[in-house]
Ligand binder design. Structure first.
Ligand code: FMN
Length: 210
């Protein structure tokens, strides 16, 4: 049944969303839709491996050289937030500079490779550089890794990520909210990301709320 509640929005907020090649493309697609529905401005960049995983997991064949967001998230209401796409190689992009103000960055999903590049500052492309910028500017940087089991390399890199100021938010949904579908599990993770970056949502019932 459609919700009669008015949409919750966070207008005027601007985020960077990096999508890399870990499993969990569905989280990225949902997060992007939720941020736009909340009237945020989203600066999106997708790594080549991220594109491959999107193709494999969502059956969506993105052309990163001629990006068309409707292929990924369908037609949006023009009243929704603004989406700006940045090529993963384009270091001339606005989001490569700290002078371009944002309210934070999320890398979702975040591969082990990108996690390593971020925490060691070995930026080779725009997503790594934008993460570097968020760390140096002391802005919110949320990393959403997905891997199992975790090696000591992963664990060390996650510890270092927390030490340098990032938030490590693994794509590991809880089950205490009584999920009934995969969508519920996806929304759990996306809800926790939105909580971290201060975006209003009604994706899940909060513990302790009726
Ligand atoms: C179908 C598929 C699933 C993958 N799943 C994961 C994963 O869950 N976690 C991970 O760290 N890497 C995963 N990888 C490997 C990364 O894509 C690979 O390390 C890549 O170099 C990451 O590059 P990027 O960080 O620039 O996107 C996967 C690769 C493929 C093709």
């Amino acid at each position: 049944m459609p919700s009669l509640q008015p949409p919750v929005t966070s207008p005027g907020k601007r985020f960077v969303l990096g999508v890399t090649g870990a499993s969990g493309a569905v989280y990225a697609r949902r997060l992007l839709g939720v941020l736009l529905d909340a009237n945020c401005e989203v600066h999106l960049s997708i790594s080549p491996s991220g594109r491959q995983v999107i193709q494999h997991e969502l059956g969506v064949d993105l052309n990163l050289d001629a990006f068309d967001a409707t292929v990924l998230i369908g037609q949006r209401d023009p009243a929704c937030g603004n989406l700006v796409y940045h090529d993963h190689r384009d270091l001339m992009s606005s989001i490569a500079s700290g002078s371009f103000l944002t309210d934070g960055m999320v890398i979702c999903p975040c591969s082990g490779g990108t996690l390593s590049a971020v925490v060691h500052g070995t930026s080779t492309g725009l997503i790594h550089r934008a993460a570097d910028v968020h760390l140096k500017e002391r802005r919110k940087l949320i990393l959403v890794p997905r891997e199992t089991p975790l090696s000591l390399v992963h664990l060390d890199n996650m510890r270092r990520a927390v030490e340098v100021g990032a938030i490590v938010l693994p794509a590991s949904p809880g089950f205490y909210h009584e999920p009934r579908s995969i969508d519920d599990l996806v929304d759990f993770v996306v809800a926790r990301i939105c909580d971290q970056i201060g975006v209003a949502h009604r994706l899940m019932r909060r513990w302790g709320e009726a």
